[in-house]
Design a protein around this ligand. Structure first.
Ligand code: ATR
Length: 272
């Protein structure tokens, strides 16, 4: 039985073992997928031990995505851009870093939610790790405009500079959003984890707007409530993103891409 795991701290809440076990059952893959609570400051030692015991791949969650990137010997383009890894594959001495968060998000939006980003006005709140991972996958969809708003302006500027070669991207402050409208608004800040609201004006949500909270399982977050009150007809949280990034990793490791509908249904927590 091939060994895989997710490593994070804390890790108790992780849905990854459930997701990957479901994928394995659905695709007839003989794998064992566990969770590892990595002691802080001992990422490399913990991963070394997992590899020594035969582990073939890991998913990486907070706070180890940067450590995983540093640990790897090879990096995919999207991992390089994010500067962070959410999946690794071990092949002898080689450690390959990947980052499927952004592609998972885009696939959830365009495929599961059936909302095209092409030609749209897209707003991304936040310029941290989650936003960085989504940047190139968003631009690959060719939105008419991607606006990145962040409290700390220079981080948004940095992302806009990185994206400039791939599409129309602007950075701004939350205050600059007054009077602007968007077809899709992503909350890629970590504010929802503390039940906080990024200071986004309610008028950003256009009439046919999709409001997407990247966090998962927090119910109707302050961001989603604001969108709902502003009349946004479609609300989503990150459950589909979670399932899709997992499917990407599974396909990368095992060569077979599982369907995600069943795990999404099982993990969906009603928003209202
Ligand atoms: P993650 O990996 O979840 O993206 P991160 O890299 O620490 O975490 O980034 C957190 C993001 O959430 C940042 O964009 C942060 O804004 P700053 O760069 O200005 O700190 C944003 N953020 C967190 N709490 C927020 C709040 N209450 N209001 C607005 N933005 C917030």
């Amino acid at each position: 039985t091939d060994q895989y795991a997710v490593i994070g701290n804390p890790i108790g809440f992780s849905k990854s073992p459930f997701i990957h076990s479901s994928f394995a059952a659905a695709t007839d893959q003989d794998i064992d997928y566990t969770k590892i609570e990595g002691p802080l400051g001992q990422f490399a030692e913990t991963v070394d031990a997992f590899r020594a015991s035969g582990g073939l791949g890991l998913n990486i969650t907070a706070p180890f995505k940067l450590d995983a990137y540093a640990y790897a010997t090879e990096h995919s383009e999207r991992a390089k851009l994010a500067g962070a890894a959410n999946a690794m594959k071990f092949e002898g001495e080689h450690v390959i870093a990947e980052n499927f968060d952004g592609v998972g998000l885009v696939r959830d939006v365009t495929h599961n939610l059936q909302v095209a980003l092409k030609g749209k006005h897209v707003l991304m709140l936040g310029a941290g790790g989650a936003a960085r991972g989504a940047l190139l996958p968003f631009l690959a969809e060719e939105p008419a405009l991607l606006v990145i708003a962040n409290r700390t302006r220079y981080k948004a500027d940095e992302l806009a500079q990185i994206g400039a070669a791939k599409g129309r991207v602007q950075a701004c402050h939350y205050l600059d959003l007054a009077g602007q409208r968007f077809d899709v608004v992503f909350n890629a800040t970590s504010a929802s984890l503390r039940a906080e609201l990024p200071p986004v004006p309610a008028e950003v949500f256009a009439e046919a707007c999709l409001a997407y909270e990247l966090a998962y399982g927090k119910g109707l977050t302050p961001f989603l409530r604001l969108a709902q009150n502003a009349g946004a007809p479609q609300l989503a949280d990150g459950v589909g993103m979670l399932a899709e990034q997992a499917a990407e990793a599974f396909a990368w490791w095992r060569g077979v891409r599982p369907g995600t509908a069943i795990v999404i249904r099982a993990l969906t927590v009603p928003l209202a």
